[in-house]
Ligand binder design. Structure first.
Ligand SMILES: Cc1cc2nc3c(=O)[nH]c(=O)nc-3n(C[C@H](O)[C@H](O)[C@H](O)COP(=O)(O)OP(=O)(O)OC[C@H]3O[C@@H](n4cnc5c(N)ncnc54)[C@H](O)[C@@H]3O)c2cc1C
Length: 381
């Protein structure tokens, strides 16, 4: 196995690095979980898009550079190493776009993707409901047939970015009387400012409001906004979820950069005699590299035409637990200083605690690993 990048990949890396060095804002943008920060991050998306850096792996027709998945990983490594802003359009780019590439129509791709690439349209994911999180198939929000489209009603919750986003994609029950709960679901896109939509922000632990719950009351959606076949929404959703856990939500670049920052913190803050802490820093550096290599192996299989598959659950459990351990190590290194609110490390720590929950909880991922990768008997449900 050749673990080195090709000269062409390294040339791409150099081009990305030079662009980022010239463009990444010197001061961090305000939090994208606030109205002001959301607008600033939207403007950053348009700056990235102006030079085709917002969606490097997409075809050029939609604003990308048409590069393969390995170069996308290389770009992500450079992006995080440069300390560039978080991606406010991540739900659209990482979740909806792959779904449209796999299941959408040509017309949908041409209509939806260009404004996603520029940050003009920011998307929210409307899957979870108050009684349907881990057991997503038990969702009860409805899509009822009407002239030329569908009427959506129900309640969605825990929708990241939805307080300030423009549009959302979600799953709705279009056939109420199917024998199994994951049948009769339809995957639709809708406008968050359409008549009948109420967006109610949910305050986070840090008081920032971008999270929201959505109340839908006979919201009209035209037929052209159904993704995939009517009634086949579960199949479409599972391809979105595989992408999210396996690759797109947490690329290794983020952890390689964080592990580098942690090693710097060790050099500036540590007591060299504290070998226990030193070992935890070393574990974090090794973990980031292991995750990088594991992801490259998966990406190579994907590039060769294999589906992402249940291995994505291994990535999800690994990065979510790794992120918590890395931040705990940083806070222990910082001592009392680490307890101060509003530092990158303390904010990162609080957010890392949500990692085992979002994108499907780790208990559910472990069930998938046990049943589908290890062939163990089904657990009790
Ligand atoms: C930061 C954050 C961002 C999020 N963003 C979004 C978003 O943008 N869009 C969206 O739609 N949703 C989003 N979510 C929701 C997220 O997907 C759900 O919280 C998650 O799927 C768990 O569902 P739940 O909260 O209903 O918990 P539950 O499903 O009620 O689970 C509670 C606990 O029981 C365990 N459990 C449940 N069933 C089983 C089982 N069969 N076996 C073993 N253990 C089980 C779970 O693992 C968990 O520990 C977000 C959540 C967080 C925390």
């Amino acid at each position: 196995m050749d673990l080195d990048h090709s000269p062409a990949d390294e040339a791409f890396r150099a081009e990305a690095r030079a662009w980022l060095a010239a463009h990444v804002p010197l001061a961090p943008l305000p939090s994208l979980e606030t109205a002001e920060g959301f607008a600033a991050h939207r403007a950053w998306e348009s700056e990235l898009a102006a030079d085709r850096w917002s969606v490097v792996s997409w075809p050029t027709a939609y604003g990308g550079r048409g590069v393969d998945i390995v170069r996308w990983l290389v770009f992500e490594e450079e992006y995080y190493a440069a300390g560039a802003p978080g991606r406010v359009s991540q739900n659209g780019i990482n979740l909806l776009a792959p779904t449209l590439f796999d299941h959408g129509t040509q017309e949908q791709r041409a209509r939806v993707l260009p404004s996603m690439a520029t940050g003009e349209t920011i998307w929210a994911q409307a899957w979870s409901e108050p009684e349907a999180g881990s057991d997503l198939a038990s969702l009860t929000s409805r899509a009822v047939r009407t002239d030329g489209g569908w009427l959506l009603s129900g309640q969605k919750t825990w929708s990241s970015r939805a307080a300030f986003a423009d549009r959302a994609f979600g799953l709705f029950r279009s056939e109420p009387d199917t024998p199994k709960p994951h049948q009769g679901l339809t995957y639709l896109m809708f406008d968050l400012r359409a008549p009948g939509v109420t967006v109610r922000p949910i305050g986070r632990l840090d008081g920032r409001p971008a999270f929201a719950e959505l109340f839908l009351d006979s919201v009209f959606v035209p037929d052209e906004d159904v993704i995939g076949e009517v009634g086949q929404g579960w199949r479409v959703a599972m391809s979105t979820a595989g992408n999210e856990r396996g690759l797109t939500l947490r690329s290794p670049g983020r952890f390689l950069a964080a592990a580098d920052r942690l090693a710097d913190l060790w050099r500036t803050h540590a007591d060299p005699a504290d070998t226990a802490l030193r070992d935890r820093v070393a574990d974090a550096v090794i973990g980031a590299r292991a995750y990088q290599l594991f992801t490259y192996a998966g990406a190579s299989r994907f590039a060769a035409g294999e589906p992402i598959g249940p291995e994505s659950s291994l990535n999800k459990v690994f990065w979510s637990e790794y992120d918590i351990a890395l931040h705990e190590t940083a806070l222990d290194l910082l001592g009392p200083e680490g307890e101060l609110a509003d530092t990158d490390w303390s904010e990162g720590y609080v957010f890392s605690l949500a990692g085992p929950l979002y994108a499907g909880t780790n208990e559910i991922q472990r069930d998938i690993i046990a049943e589908r990768l290890l062939g163990l008997p089904k657990g009790r449900r």
